[in-house]
Structures are given as C-alpha cells and as structure tokens.
Design a protein. Structure first.
Lengths: 220, 792
C-alpha cells in the first residue's frame, strides 16, 4: 500500500509547503510503525439501490436526504463499504500522546493518510469486480457528508456485521471505533463518466485545515 | 447426556450455524435474528430439531445478540428474548436427551479506552443475559466469537458470578492467529484458565483447515477441554449473500483431524448446517478423546501477551513504586497518571517483561488509585502487570478490572494474608508471589524459609490454587545488617528449587541497602541468584549494571539462543546523541530547534548565574514566541511547534524545581481543557495542552468524554477563568453547546474557547462560545490576551 509523504504533510496542515529533513524522517518512521503494527481490514457488499421520494434505498436500508441521493443518482446498485486500520493504530497514537506529542501529531496524520490509501486500494478492487459487469464506481460517500446523517453509521455497521467481521464498532455518539476507520456508500453505474468533483473539495467544511488548497489554486 | 460424566469419554458434538439457517429462511441483512424467538418460534424450533436429528449433543440457543446493548431500541427485552430462546431449545432437546447451551456473543461495542463500553457495564450487560439463561433452564453457558480478551473476561466473570452453570468460552482469531485486539492463544488460555472456565477454544472466523493449524498451539498450553466450532470456510459474496465454500465431507475430514489432535468438543459456526453435523458425527463419533496433559506452566498475561516463567529469568520493572521516588509521589498526589504511563513505556523500552505497579501512599485512597493506575497503564503498555499492594480491597478491585492474568505481589505465610489473597487468585486467576515470612517473622535460615514456602503451597492447595501459580520469594535482606544474609537467601533458593520445585523471584536490590556503590553489589548478587535458580527478579530496567548482568547471564547459561539478544544489544549500541560539552546551544536556540536535552542542560547552566524568572523572560518566552509566530506564518509546522514546546517544557521543569524551592510561583493562570461528552477523540485537545503548558499556563486536563457537570464543578471549585472545549463530531457539538450553557450560567466570568474539526467561527458563535480557535496557537494567543501575559 502506498502512503504518500505529501498526503501525510497535507493532513498535518502543511498545505503543500516543503518540510525539513527532520520532519520528513519522522513521517517516514511513523508510516513504518503503522505498517508494522496494523492489519487493515474491510468489508463490502453490493445491494440494489432505489430512489423513492425523499431519499435513497439500499438493500433494506432507507437513507433520507438529497446529498447521497444526488450523489448516486442513476445507479441501480450500490456497495456498502467499511474499512478500519484496527485497534493497534489507536494504541500507537495513545502511546505517542503520552510520551511525545510531536510524534503523536505526525502519527495521526500518517494514520489518516494510510486509511485513505487503504480505502482507495479496496475501491480499486471493487472497481475491477464491477468492471466485469460493465459497471463503474462513483466516489465514496460517507455518513456525515452533507445531509447524510452520521447516525446511519449504525445501519451500515449492522448490515455488514462489522464488529464481527472487521472489529469495527461505534460509540453512542456515532463515532467509529477504532478511530482510523471509514464507512461509505459507493454507487455502481453503467455510465463511465461519473462524478469528477475531487473528494476533498466537495466537502462543506470550508474551514477545514486539511483542505487541499494548493490543488484548488492550481486548478483555477 | 450428562456433560460432566461423558466429557472426555467420547467426542461431544455441538450443533452448527444458526444465522446461516435463518438467512435461508429469509432473515435479512442487519435484521436482529433473536427477535425470531418471539415472532417466528416455529422456524427456530425447526432448526434446533434438524441439528438434533443430525446428532448434536449440545444445541446453542438463538441468543447470540440477546443483550441490552444490541437489542437497544428494538422494542424487545433481554428476558423475553432469552427465556423464549432457551424454552424453544429445551423443548426440542428433551426428546433427544441433549443439552442446551445459553449462547452469549459479544456486545458489538468496543471496550474502553478505545471504545466507550466500560468494564463493569459490560459485566452487567452479560450478567443480565446469563441470569436469564439460567432461570429459563439452560444447561451451560457458551460465550463465543469473542475478539477482545477484555470483553471476554467481562462475560466469563458475569457468567461465573451470576450463575452456577458450566461456562465454555471460545474466541475468534484472524488469519494471523490473533484476536482483533492483538491477543494470541497463549494469553487467552492463561486468562481463561485463570478465570476457571470449564472448556475453551475457537469458533467462527476461519474454516476447519485453518483451525487445524491453530490446534497444536492450543493443546500446547491448555490444560482443560478444547472446543472447536469453525465456519464452513471463509465467506465470500454471491448475489448479495454470504456463501461458504467448504463442503460437508471436506469439513468433516478436517474435523476428524481436529478431534484426533485433541479437541473434545466439536461443532460448527457460520455456513455450517445439519448436514455438516451429520457428516462430522459419522467420521468423528468413534474417535477416543485424547487425554489432557496438565501443563503446569507458570504464566501471566496481558491483553496481548503471555509471559512464561521458565529457564530464562523474567525481568519485572520496579519503577512504578513511590518508595524513595519524590517525583512519582508528587505525580500520584496530583493524580498525574500520564507520569505513570510514561514510566511504564520507558521500562518496556528498556527491556522489562512485566511491570510492578505499587501506588501505596498513606494519604491516598489506594483502592481507587491502584485501579485507575492499572486501567491507565494497561491501555498503553502491553506487558503483564504485577499488582503490588498489601490492601486486599485494592488488590481485588485491580485484579477484577485487569485485562489478563496478573502477577500478584504478594501473599505471605501469615494466616490472615493467605485467607485474604488466595480466594482472589482462585476467582480472578493470577500467579502470586509468596514471601517466606509468617507470624513469627522472617526465618534466619534457608531451612526456615523453605519451610514457610512449603506451608504456603499447602494452604494454597486448600483454596484450589495450584503450585504452578505460586512464585516463592525467599527474601533478599541487606548484607549491611547481616554478613550471612546473601548466603541465606541463595541457600533458600537452592532448597526451594530442590524440595518444592516452584519458580522463584527476588527484589534483588534490597541486598545492598545502606551500602555505597549499590549497583555493583546488586548486579553481582543478581548473577549469583540467577545461577542458583532465580526465575524472576524485580529490578530497575534502566540500570545498566543490572541489565548487563542479565544479558551476560542469559548468554552464558544458554538461555539466550545463539546469543542473539546479547549480540543485538551490544553490537550496535547506538552512539548516544548527547550534545557535546564544548558546543553548547543557547537555550533560545535549543527551544527553537526543538532539542529537549540541550534545552534542559542550558537551563541548568544558566541557573548558575541567572535568576529563573529572568531566564524565562529573556530567553524562553522570546524563543517560544518566535516559534509560535513561525507556525502562524506557515514557516513552521505543527510537529516542529510541538517539539519546541517539549523542549521548553524540559527547561521549565528545571526552572520550576529551583523556583518552588524558593517558594516562588511561576504559573500564568489556570485553564481547564476537556473533550466534550460523547467524544473520545482527543488528540487536538492534547496538542493544545502541550502548548499551553509550555506557555506556562496551569492546565487542568479533564480528559475526554467529559460530562458538562464535571467541567462546571471543576471551574467553580478551582476558580478557573478559561475553559477550552473540543468536539470532533456533529453529534457531540450539542454537548459542547450544553457545557457552554451550564458554564456561563454557573460561572459568569469564565470564558470558553472551542475548537475541533466540525466547528466553524459561525457555529462557535451560535453556541455562545467566547472564542473560536482555528488551531492550537490560537488558543495560546487567546489565553495570553485573557490573562494579560502576552508579550505583544
């Protein structure tokens, strides 16, 4: 799995500016520690998708709202997807936050980059499977985006049997635990040209320090 | 059948998968299967009868998720689901004379500290289900599919405390043979045997071919009956359904090998059906169960490791013990658990294999503090712990919430000590250090100490505590008080080993008390003791002399295979990165560059000629400020800013020690930090904490998942003027709003600053926060402005 240094630096809020040698070494060592400690796991299942009024139906689940509905409009199937780096990543973070906060910050960013990278890798596998049926993937869309309520985390975890299959669970306040985890809906569509908006820039959190500002500028 | 009389005489058969059968009958993905006990009882009864007809001796009730966490808002109660589930199984089983196992699966939540399910809450959830199962007439309890040893411990304790039924426990392993939380077979077996389960083993997760590979590791360390309930292979998806591809004949052939390999109780899990049970029974019914050999391993465990006391001595780190350690005493009084956690991590890095935890200070509530220390330390260090206390109530509380099988320090030959300690070891599992002293004091001869050890072993047996779970400590007494003291201890080591054949441990450094150059005596005595059969020692793993003696002994005695550990320790001994004496960096530069050690040294040097306050104002504040501005301008990144902060902290510690000696106060003002209720992600809050501390603010860190009331209460009692709150989730921002509301009401002058991923300046204003901090430096600037400490 590829974990790009630039991605780690972006999560650190470095926004494309060059890092010094010492920081780059810390990034490399955190990436290495995570690779050694973590066994990322995922689970994905395809369900039929439907578009009743006011929301979208995936398998037995109904998700009200327009965000997800618009995002996967035109898809007659959708994948429910969940992935996690596992508990070891959280334990490493906890340890670092007791002994070396600077390293903890880098580790946190590296774990975020690793999660994304792992999800992209799983995405590619799902895409390869879907291609056999002439289907293409829409980008992942997660509970918490737009009006797709974070409370639906529970539905996805239960439907995919996540606690048992990949050790992924959630707290009372719908926070995924272990924390370096993702749940998402991926639309499957016969149209090749899907959605082209970059994942980061589609998000409504305009104050997010991790926003890909430089890419945004260069795009303009 | 009669479980107790038939187990071990013939192979006993569990039924197979329930979920698989229910899905075939139309159960949808995500639907709660247990509800069918009430809504479709006939379907459940039919499944039970099909398994019984196929030859199952024990059937599992349809109650895997029948706990109040999973049933949640389903509208159904635990009692009704469990009692109907057990009744359906019993009605079916009675015609066959078969047994009914009350099935208990995991809650589906993650345990604290990674998740939000507390240990006692978990015990109570499982207790409710277990009691309902026994009331409804179950013959035994099967705790299964556990992927976290801590949750498994909660379930076993609940079952044993609340019912008198036999308890079986099986765990789920991943493709590397580990639990999802990291434990392996040896640590799980140590814990479950310690807790006194009647049988243990594996289920779900893998097919029989893979479980076949794990079986030798189980039989190697397990001394009780083994249960194996595999899936019909690994699941894969066809047309939106999970399909398992190991067919019944192939499955049964593997199960035959598993039965021959030592499993006494076999069955199936996901993907298996009555056809599998029938095939299994056909091939395995006539296999004689392999006799179980008692392993007599002296072993302790954490959630993820087991440490076996064998030929190679085990090092027990002694640093978490306040005796003679003023900094630790201060940390305990200030409830600074981070200090203990750092001590634990450092000892592990230095080579400790077990950590002693002793928090006994006369003015503290030892039961509360020891429990908290054990909980915090086990969250960051994966070594087994030695729970060290003379208070039986503190011992029980700590053993109960400990994740694994602990080492207990200690019991002695006095009747009241044995009466207090042995029942706890029997109930919770543990290996206990037995000190060779009794009501007549410490015997002055090796014979005398060996006799006390013998008496302790005999009494332990009366409580059901086996010899393998006792480690004798024949007591090292200082040679400065008695010339023969070392000889007596060494003699006792030899006698105890020859006559009693148990493992032994010593608090080695006692031998030199009152002498100068203690390390030399300690190290030599350590070597002599190891040569006389010592199997564990309580030492300071930071002591080079002791560790040198240890590694040399292991290499010389042959305990270090091919001297690998010795070579890896000494061949590449890293050049210590200590700043060269001549090229000292100025304090300001050290802070700017984030050099911790240099900062500490130059603060020490400056103190010789300058006043601490002057050093702070002339050197530290300007450097910190430059770092802060660099971060704000974007020339310095967060990790670098934090490194500067850590370097400043090292210097501040030097200066504060000097100032508190002079009775001067240096702190700028008090700030409460908390991650709001429901939110357990606290890295942002911790970053702010490090920075504020190093801008010399007194930070009161309330941790994560903090209820509004606690924030208010602390703000009132400590008269705090600034509170920082963080929230990461849209679902927890409501708790932030509530905390602010209560704070503004109860403490009108108190300001609240907020931060976190989901917040915006507009939203912060809407929930009436006084300040929105866009990053960690923002909070420092606001605090400076508020307390008037700003250099701007």
């Amino acid at each position: 799995m590829k974990i790009r240094e630039e991605e780690v630096l972006r999560y650190l809020g470095c926004g494309g500016r060059p890092a010094d040698e010492r920081l780059r070494r810390t990034v490399a060592s955190c990436v290495e520690a995570l690779r050694k400690a973590c066994t990322p796991r995922s689970v994905a299942r395809v369900f039929p998708a439907g578009f009743p009024a006011g929301g979208v139906r995936i398998g037995n689940l109904f998700f009200p709202g327009s965000g997800l509905r618009n995002h996967i409009r035109g898809c007659d199937k959708a994948v429910l997807f969940a992935a996690t780096l596992g508990a070891r990543a959280d334990i490493l973070l906890l340890q670092a936050s007791k002994t070396d906060m600077s390293r903890a910050a880098v580790l946190q960013a590296a774990a975020a980059a690793m999660t994304e990278s792992y999800c992209d890798e799983q995405d590619a596998k799902i895409a390869a499977e879907a291609a056999k049926e002439g289907l293409y993937l829409r980008p992942r869309y997660s509970p918490g985006y737009g009006d797709f309520s974070i409370a639906h985390q529970r539905d996805i975890l239960t439907t995919l049997d996540c606690p048992r299959r990949i050790g992924l669970s959630m707290t009372e306040s719908c926070m995924l635990v272990p924390t370096k985890s993702v749940t998402a809906v991926i639309g499957l569509t016969p149209e090749k040209s899907g959605c082209t908006i970059s994942k980061c820039m589609e998000c409504n959190s305009e104050n997010c320090p991790f926003r890909k500002e430089t890419e945004d500028e260069s795009a303009q | 059948m009669n479980l107790r009389s038939e187990l071990g005489k013939r192979i006993v058969f569990f039924d197979g998968g329930m979920g698989t059968m229910l899905q075939a009958k139309g159960l949808g993905a995500g639907e709660l299967p247990e509800i069918w006990n009430l809504t479709r009882p006939k379907a459940i009864a039919d499944i039970h009868r099909a398994y019984l007809a196929a030859g199952a001796d024990i059937i599992k009730t349809n109650t895997f998720g029948a706990n109040r966490v999973k049933l949640g808002q389903s509208g159904y109660g635990v009692d009704e689901i469990v009692s109907s589930g057990v009744r359906l199984a019993k009605e079916a089983a009675s015609a066959y004379g078969a047994l009914v196992a009350m099935d208990i699966g995991p809650t589906g939540k993650l345990m604290k500290p990674l998740g939000d399910l507390g240990f006692e809450e978990a015990v109570s959830v499982f207790a409710q289900a277990a009691r309902a199962g026994e009331r409804a007439g179950a013959d035994l309890i099967l705790i299964e599919t556990m992927s976290d040893s801590y949750e498994c411990k909660a379930a076993v304790l609940a079952a044993k405390e609340n019912t008198s039924l036999p308890v079986f426990a099986t765990v789920i392993l991943d493709e590397q043979g580990k639990l999802l939380t990291g434990g392996g077979i040896p640590s799980v077996v140590a814990m479950l045997e310690g807790l006194g389960v009647d049988a243990l083993g594996l289920n779900c997760g893998a097919g029989p071919d893979q479980m076949k590979k794990y079986l030798p590791r189980l039989t190697e360390c397990c001394s009780i009956p083994i249960v194996i309930n595999p899936n019909a292979g690994l699941p894969h998806e066809i047309d939106g359904r999970n399909v398992y591809d190991v067919k019944e004949d192939e499955f049964a052939a593997d199960m035959k090998e598993i039965a021959e390999g030592g499993a006494w109780i076999i069955g199936g899990c996901c993907g298996t059906t009555p056809e599998y049970t029938r095939a299994e029974r056909k091939l395995c019914a006539d296999i004689p169960p392999r006799p179980i050999r008692k392993k007599n391993r002296t072993v302790v465990s954490s959630g993820s490791r087991a440490v076996v006391f064998g030929d190679r001595p085990v090092l027990i780190g002694e640093r978490i013990n306040p005796t003679g350690k003023p900094a630790l005493k201060r940390a305990l009084r200030e409830n600074d658990m981070d200090y203990l956690m750092r001590e634990g991590i450092a000892q592990q890095q230095n080579g400790a294999q077990i950590l002693d935890v002793n928090v006994g200070l006369p003015e503290l509530d030892e039961t509360a503090v020891l429990s908290r220390a054990v909980r915090e330390i086990q969250s960051v260090v994966d070594l087994p712990l030695q729970i060290d206390t003379s208070s039986p109530s503190a011992l029980e509380a700590a053993m109960r919430l400990y994740n694994g099988k602990p080492l207990v320090n200690s019991v002695n030959g006095k009747p009241e000590s044995m009466k207090a300690v042995f029942p706890l070891v029997k109930k919770y599992g543990g290996t206990v250090i037995a000190l060779t002293l009794d009501e007549n004091g410490i015997p002055g001869t090796a014979e005398g100490r060996c006799a006390v050890a013998g008496k302790i072993l005999k009494t332990a047996a009366e409580y059901g505590v086996e010899k393998k779970d006792i480690i004798v400590d024949p007591l090292a007494m200082t040679i400065s008080a008695g010339q023969r003291n070392a000889a007596v201890t060494l003699g006792a080591l030899r006698l105890v080993r020859e006559r009693l054949g148990v493992r032994m441990s010593l608090g080695v450094s006692n031998i030199s008390f009152g002498l100068p150059g203690r390390e030399q005596i300690n190290a030599s005595f350590f070597t002599m003791a190891m040569q006389n059969g010592l199997s564990a020692a309580i030492v300071n793993p930071g002591s080079k002399a002791m560790m040198d003696a240890y590694y040399a002994f292991c290499a010389l005695s042959g305990a270090d295979g091919r001297c690998m550990d010795y070579i890896s320790r000494y061949s590449a001994q890293s050049e210590e990165k200590k700043p060269a004496a001549g090229s000292r960096v100025s304090l300001g530069d050290a802070i700017l560059k984030g050099l911790k050690e240099s900062a500490r040294l130059s603060a020490q040097a400056l103190l010789k000629t300058e006043d601490p306050l002057h050093i702070i104002h002339s050197q530290m504040i300007p450097a910190l400020d430059q770092a802060g501005k660099g971060f704000e301008r974007g020339t310095l990144f967060l990790p670098q800013l934090l490194m500067s902060a850590e370097a400043a902290k090292a210097a501040f510690e030097v200066l504060r020690a000097e100032m508190s000696e002079k009775g001067e106060s240096v702190k700028n003002g008090s700030v409460i930090l908390a991650t709001v209720k429901g939110d357990i992600h606290d890295i942002g809050k911790n970053i702010v904490k490090v920075l504020l501390e190093n801008y010399n603010f007194d930070v009161i860190d309330l941790g994560r998942d903090v209820p509004p009331e606690k924030v208010v209460e602390t703000a009132v009692s400590r008269k705090v003027r600034l509170v920082g709150l963080s929230a990461l989730m849209t679902t927890t921002v409501v708790n932030m709003e509530e905390t602010i509301r209560q704070l503004h009401q109860a403490v009108p002058g108190c300001k609240v600053m907020v931060g976190g991923a989901v917040l915006t300046p507009e939203y912060a204003e809407k929930i009436h926060a006084d300040f929105y901090s866009k990053d960690a430096m923002g909070s420092v600037r606001y605090a400076q402005k508020l307390f008037g400490g700003s250099p701007d």
